[in-house]
Design a protein around this ligand. Structure first.
Ligand code: ZN
Length: 241
């Protein structure tokens, strides 16, 4: 390893084929945030680039300064932690790829985001464990990464008067930035917030809450994430996936 090379812990968040067998690979790294790299023979060399540069796997990568334009050079990627359950279950890969897409959109280039990285890492660990992930796992992941990125909705209290303990008559307003109590939300058309969502004995089906988060994420990113609908159908489907 030369003095200008450095190692990172990373997830692959985008791969674009270029040339005969090369790849432009975007990494989300623990050490330096999102980095765009060039992997020469990235589609061919299984020795330098293990497991096909798969999403959802934690890698250790070796990088060096750009040889072409502004892209870092990706010298090699070694699987740092296998995920035997996750990578063999299609439903879990769908969830993992959506998580990857969301985090990629939330992190600016070349800025370390250690909390965002930790949230994504923890979600992948969960996806690699039995039993099936739950709506709560997914909702907590989304709220967690939105908070880490500084763009979470207020769901602990009324965003206007700060009254705590959401309950009957409360609503969720994307334009207000989160929950509105019955007084502050009077006269506004907004989807209802169910008090049970904040309680320990919450319902296991959080699909309605997930739909509210979808509208929030759409507004925050100003774009629709293609993988989210597919991910939702996995969570809404049978258990045991
Ligand atoms: Zn209020």
């Amino acid at each position: 390893m030369s003095s200008r090379e450095f190692t990172v812990h990373a997830f692959v968040v985008r791969r674009v084929a270029t040339g005969e067998s090369d790849l432009v690979v975007s990494l989300f790294t623990r050490e330096r945030g999102r980095l765009d790299t060039y992997a020469r023979a990235g589609r061919r060399s299984r020795r330098r680039f293990q497991a096909g540069l798969s999403p959802c796997l934690l890698y250790q990568g070796l990088l060096s300064p750009a040889r072409r334009g502004s892209l870092w050079t990706l010298e090699e990627m070694t699987v740092a932690r296998p995920a035997a359950v996750l990578v063999t279950r299609p439903g879990r890969m769908v969830a993992g790829q959506y998580a990857t897409e969301l985090v990629r959109e939330l992190c600016p280039p070349e800025v370390p985001e250690p909390e965002l990285f930790a949230r994504l890492d923890a979600f992948f660990l969960r996806l690699d464990q039995e039993p099936s992930p739950t709506w709560r796992d997914w909702v907590d992941f989304e709220l967690g990464v939105l908070a880490a990125a500084g763009v979470a909705p207020e769901v602990e209290c009324c965003v206007s008067c700060r009254r705590p303990r959401p309950g009957t008559g409360w609503g969720f307003s994307v334009t207000a930035g989160g929950l509105l109590c019955p007084d502050c939300g009077r006269g506004q058309a907004m989807p209802p917030w169910r008090g049970a969502w904040s309680e320990p004995s919450e319902p296991s089906d959080l699909s309605a809450l997930s739909d509210l988060l979808e509208s929030w994420i759409f507004t925050v990113l100003n774009k629709k994430l293609n993988a989210r609908g597919l991910c939702r159908s996995v969570f809404a489907g049978p258990t045991g996936w």
